[in-house]
Structures are given as C-alpha cells and as structure tokens.
Design a protein around this ligand. Structure first.
Ligand SMILES: NC(=O)c1ccc[n+]([C@@H]2O[C@H](COP(=O)([O-])OP(=O)(O)OC[C@H]3O[C@@H](n4cnc5c(N)ncnc54)[C@H](O)[C@@H]3O)[C@@H](O)[C@H]2O)c1
Length: 344
C-alpha cells in the first residue's frame, strides 16, 4: 500500500487554490508536486512559492507525464474539464474533477469512457455532501426518526456574482450553481429526478442576457420516489452567502440553517442585529472541502471507491439540462427527454 499520494492541481483560480491550500495544510498522506495553470502569472507563482509547491508550470502536460504523479485535481474552467479528464485518464492518473464535469453531455461521455477504461479513481467535487450539517440531515432522514420524506426546499444565494468572464464559460446558472442543489436533492431523497419545471430572469446584471443566462432561477423537481423539491438560486445577495435546506417529513422537519461567526444578537430601539452568514461559499464550506479532499486521498490509499462517483457527477448535469430546456420552452421537462447521456 502507498503511504503518500502525489498530486497535481491544474487550474489556479478560486477553487484550485483552495484545494491546493487544503491539501498542503489539512490533508494527511498527500503532497502537492505541481500547481499548473495555462495562464500562469507572477501572482500565481508567488502564491505557489509561499505554499511550498515547487513544480509550478503553465504546461499541465508536464504533470500528466510525470510518473510520480498519482492524482490530478481538475480545477480549470468548466468548458475544459472533459479535455483534462481524457488526458489524465490516458496518462493513468486518478482524477478529482470539479463540478460541473461539463455542460456538454456528449463531450463528457467520451471523457468518462476514457476514465472508466483506464480504471482510475474518479471523484466529482460535490463538497456539500461532506458538510457536517447536510450529513447529519441525511442520517436523520435515513433513520426514519422524522417519518417519511415528503418535500425538500433548497435556497442558495451567492453574496457577489462571480466574474462575468467566469460566467461566460460556466454553462449557465443551472449547470454552474443549481448543480449543487440538484446533487443535494439526489443525496437527500435517495432517488432520481423524474421531471423538472424551471423559471428564471435577469434582475441584477443585464449583461447576462448576452451569454445568455439568468441571475435568478427557481426549479420544481418531481422525484421518482414521489418526493417533491423546490429550489431557488440567486447570483447576488447583499447579506452574505445564504444557503439553507429544509426536508419536510411525515413526522417532522429537518432544517439546515446558515452558519454564523457567532450567535450574539443585539437588540436596540432601531432594530435587532445579528451577524451575517459568511460572505463566500468557500468560507461556509471550508471544512466540507477538507473532508472531500481527505476522502479522495483515502480512496487512493486504501483502494476503495470514491465517495462521489462519475455517475453522481453526470446525473445533476442531466437535471441541469432539463431545467435549461424547461426555461427555454416554458414547460415541464421529463428526464427521459435528456438522452445524450445516462448514468454510466
Ligand atoms: N465545488 C465548488 O464549490 C466550486 C467552487 C468554485 C468553482 N468550482 C468549479 O471549479 C472550476 C473553476 O472555478 P474557479 O472559480 O476556480 O474559476 P477561476 O476562473 O477562478 O479559475 C479557473 C482557472 O483555470 C485556468 N484555466 C482556464 N483554462 C485552462 C486550461 N485550458 N488549462 C489550464 N488552466 C486553465 C484559469 O487561468 C484560471 O486560473 C469551475 O468548473 C467551477 O464550476 C467549484
């Protein structure tokens, strides 16, 4: 058995750096040999040096061709994931890919076929599954202590909209943002989606009309086991990253509330004041990112299946595709209409 995994992180933006920092400082039995970015700049080099990563390159192929590298983290822009999945699989590297695996299911199916052929570990970056609150909610539902699940409500609103250049290649709100909620719906109901009806609009940034995309969206999901889900997303929310979940069951309700810096509430004549939720999703979910990284490294060390598989990555993309079609055609869309890809 190996006692240490050698990793390379490709894509040094917001999430790539988060993974690299966590791997270096919080995850055991792993070393980060490379940090790669096709658009490497001086600031990235400085960041990598401070973190103690020696292999800094603008050519990800160098990491892929290094026999010492066991695993790659694909943290590049969404429209490049399939290409890197294919290249990493052909090089025989274990793969952690950020969500969404792609917004193009045809392109993705070719890439995942290569990963399957290579027999490498594959984990999809759905960190919310590793959040201690959502794990507890799932355990409660599974225990039957609150009866049978009936309906799920999920809200996710980002504090500040992601950069416009990022949004242009993100695949759109259903693929980029609501994908986490689609994953949560599957995770919390233990079922697959049957039908989706979605709506959306542009309220805060007119430039989204040119992509085209929306900054505000809602979806209604009917699951195969009969459960219902209602999801809302917003790209801009001034009081912090607002992400709450509720599972309404026959004998009670399970709620996952926002995390706060502290619980101090100040009551005065002009109002009642409490701390805001964290500004950034990375802050809210930091410990979940730590846990997902440890889980991936352990799956390699102990040769066990990754906790969030390629199939878990694909199905929410099919849901996003159905939601996008629903928005465009203003009608409920059955998942059976999304035929480009089925669970691998
Ligand atoms: N799981 C999560 O919570 C989470 C959070 C944020 C982002 N993401 C996902 O991670 C991916 C990256 O998001 P981000 O916010 O870090 O974006 P970002 O724009 O901050 O960073 C992307 C980086 O990839 C690099 N890059 C782009 N094309 C490349 C290529 N062909 N080869 C090598 N490097 C390339 C860019 O130079 C940039 O540094 C997206 O797919 C996004 O959906 C996931």
């Amino acid at each position: 058995m190996k006692d240490c995994v050698t990793a390379a992180v490709i894509g040094l933006g917001r999430i790539g750096r988060t993974h690299a920092e966590i791997l270096v400082s919080r995850v055991g039995s792993v070393r980060v040999k490379y940090a790669a970015d096709a658009f490497l700049n001086e600031e990235m080099k400085k960041w990598a040096k401070e973190l103690g990563i020696k292999g800094v390159t603008d050519d990800p192929e160098i990491c892929l061709q290094d026999p010492e590298v066991d695993a790659v983290y694909i943290c590049t822009s969404t429209d490049t994931h399939s290409e890197y999945i294919t290249r990493a699989a052909k090089a025989g590297k274990h793969i952690f890919s950020e969500k969404p695996l792609d917004s193009d299911l045809v392109r993705l199916s070719g890439a995942l076929r290569e990963a399957e052929k290579a027999g490498v570990k594959f984990q999809t970056g759905f960190m919310r599954r590793f959040d201690r609150n959502h794990s507890k909610a799932k355990a409660l539902i599974q225990s039957g202590k609150v009866g049978r699940g009936q309906m799920i409500r999920l809200s996710c609103r980002d504090t500040v909209q992601s950069p416009y250049e990022y949004l242009k290649v993100s695949g759109g709100i259903f693929f980029d943002m609501m994908i986490h909620d689609f994953d949560m719906v599957r995770f919390l109901t233990d079922s697959e989606a049957e039908e989706i009806y979605a709506a959306g609009g542009v309220f805060t940034d007119e430039r989204l009309n040119d992509i085209p995309d929306v900054d505000t969206a809602a979806a209604f999901v009917r699951m195969k086991n009969g459960m219902l889900a209602v999801i809302d997303n917003g790209r801009q929310c001034w009081y912090g990253h607002d992400q709450r979940s509720e599972i309404f069951c026959t004998e009670g309700t399970v709620q996952v509330m926002n995390e706060h810096e502290d619980t101090v509430v100040v009551k005065k004549g002009d109002g009642i004041y409490a701390p805001k939720p964290p500004d950034f999703f990375i802050e809210r979910y930091y410990e979940a990112y730590v846990a997902e990284n440890q889980s991936f490294v352990d799956s390699i060390l102990f040769d066990r299946p990754a906790a969030v598989t390629a199939a878990d990555g694909v199905e929410p993309i099919r849901m996003a595709k159905a939601a996008q079609l629903s928005l465009e055609q203003n009608r409920p869309v059955k998942l059976s209409e999304i035929t480009e890809y089925r669970i691998v």
